[in-house]
Design a protein around this ligand. Structure first.
Ligand SMILES: [Mg+2]
Length: 340
C-alpha cells in the first residue's frame, strides 16, 4: 500500500495491518467479535445458525454503482451492506456475517474510508449482521465486494427451506412490497439537484435502501415458495421468475403501488414507468397462493402466474391491452463485453 495517498487530519495509517485494526475498531459492535475466530486471522470461523448456509456475493464500482458527486462514502457503505443482504432476504434466509473486499482508488482518503466504514456499521446494525473479515488493496478504480452469508432451516428431506426463482406455479398470485420506483425517482431527483420534501424521501430510498429481511423470513415461514428482490427493475426481475419457473406472468398496471413522492415530483406516468423499470428498490416480489400472500403485511398483489406465454411478462392496462414496457437495467447491455 502506498501510504502517501492516504491522507487525513490525524495520524497516518502506515500499514495494511494498522488500517485493518482501525477498521475493526471503527466497526464497533458491527464487527463479528463473538464468533469462534473473529476478524484478524486468516479466516473467520463461526457456527452457522441454521441447517443450510446461504451465500451471495455482490460487487459495486465507482461510476457504475455510485457517482462520487451524488452520494457520500457513508451512503456507499450503507448501500453495499443493504444490497448484499437483500439477496438473502429474497431467499427468506437469516443474514449472519459479511466478508468485505475493498479496492481503493488513487483519490480515496482515510476520511473516505472512515465514512465508508461508518455507513457499513450503521447498515449492519439496521440489518442485524456482522462483519467477519475482509481484504483491502489499492487499485486504479474504487470498488467493493461483499459476500453475505446467512442461514436457512432444512426440512425433513434435508432440503433448504428457502424461496426460489424457479418455484412459481400457474394460479399463484404475484405481490410486491413497498412502492417500487422510489429509488428510481431518487436518482432523477439527485441528478436534477432537487432538495426538500418530497425529493428527500425518494433520495433516501436510493441511497439508504432497507433489505426486506423480516418480510422474507415471514414469507418463507408461511410457505411462500418463490421470491426475488428488485435490483434491476420490477418487470425485468419478474421476468427472471417467469423464465426460471417456465410460467407466464401478468401484471395489472392499475394494481401497482406507486410511490406518492415520485408522483408528486414527476407525475403519474413517469412514476409508473419508474415502478416498472427503474432498479435499486430492493423490495421483494413474491409469488404464492393468494390466501397466504394476503396474510403477509406490507405487500400488494399486482398480478398472477399463468400457463400461457411461459418466460414472458405482460403488463395489462385496464382495458386488457398490453402496456409498452420500458426496459430495466442490464450491466452487460449497457456495456457489452467485446467479442475478442
Ligand atoms: Mg437479487
Amino acid at each position: 500500500m502506498r501510504e502517501s495517498e492516504l491522507s487525513a487530519g490525524e495520524t497516518p495509517t502506515r500499514s495494511e495491518f494498522a488500517l485493518i485494526e482501525r477498521i475493526i475498531m471503527r466497526l464497533g459492535e458491527s464487527a463479528a467479535r463473538d464468533i469462534l475466530v473473529p476478524p484478524g486471522d486468516d479466516s473467520a470461523v463461526w457456527v452457522p445458525g441454521g441447517g443450510a448456509v446461504v451465500a451471495t456475493i455482490d460487487a459495486m464500482t465507482e461510476g457504475t454503482h455510485w457517482r462520487p458527486h451524488l452520494s457520500s462514502m457513508t451512503d456507499v457503505g450503507w448501500r453495499a451492506v443493504a444490497t448484499s443482504v437483500s439477496d438473502l432476504a429474497a431467499m427468506g434466509a437469516t443474514p449472519e456475517v459479511l466478508l468485505v473486499a475493498a479496492v481503493l482508488g488513487p483519490a480515496v482518503t482515510l476520511n473516505d474510508m472512515d465514512a465508508f466504514i461508518d455507513g457499513m456499521a450503521e447498515a449492519c446494525r439496521a440489518h442485524n449482521v456482522h462483519v467477519a473479515g475482509g481484504d483491502i488493496v489499492r487499485g486504479r478504480a474504487t470498488a467493493f465486494s461483499i459476500t453475505a452469508l446467512g442461514s436457512a432451516r432444512l426440512d425433513r428431506a434435508q432440503r433448504a427451506i428457502v424461496m426460489r426463482r424457479d418455484a412459481a406455479h400457474p394460479g399463484d398470485a404475484v405481490a410486491v412490497s413497498g412502492t417500487p420506483g422510489a429509488a428510481g425517482a431518487g436518482f432523477r431527483a439527485l441528478e436534477s439537484h432537487l432538495t426538500g420534501l418530497p425529493a428527500d424521501e425518494v433520495i433516501a430510498a436510493l441511497l439508504r435502501p432497507h433489505a426486506r429481511i423480516d418480510l422474507g423470513f415471514n414469507a418463507v415461514n408461511l410457505g411462500i415458495p418463490c421470491a426475488i428482490d428488485i435490483s434491476d427493475g420490477l418487470v425485468q426481475d419478474v421476468r427472471h421468475i417467469a423464465e426460471r419457473s417456465a410460467v407466464g406472468i401478468e401484471i395489472d398496471l392499475d394494481a401497482l403501488p406507486i410511490n406518492q413522492s415520485a408522483i408528486a415530483l414527476f407525475g403519474l406516468d413517469t412514476a409508473r414507468d419508474l415502478a416498472l423499470a427503474a432498479g435499486d428498490d430492493y423490495e421483494l416480489i413474491l409469488t404464492g397462493r393468494q390466501q397466504i400472500i394476503e396474510a403477509l403485511e406490507g405487500v400488494t398483489i399486482i398480478g398472477r402466474v399463468l400457463h400461457q406465454h411461459p418466460g414472458e411478462v405482460v403488463v395489462r392496462q385496464r382495458d386488457g391491452a398490453p402496456y409498452p414496457l420500458p426496459t430495466g437495467w442490464d450491466q452487460l447491455r449497457a456495456w457489452p463485453l467485446a467479442q475478442h
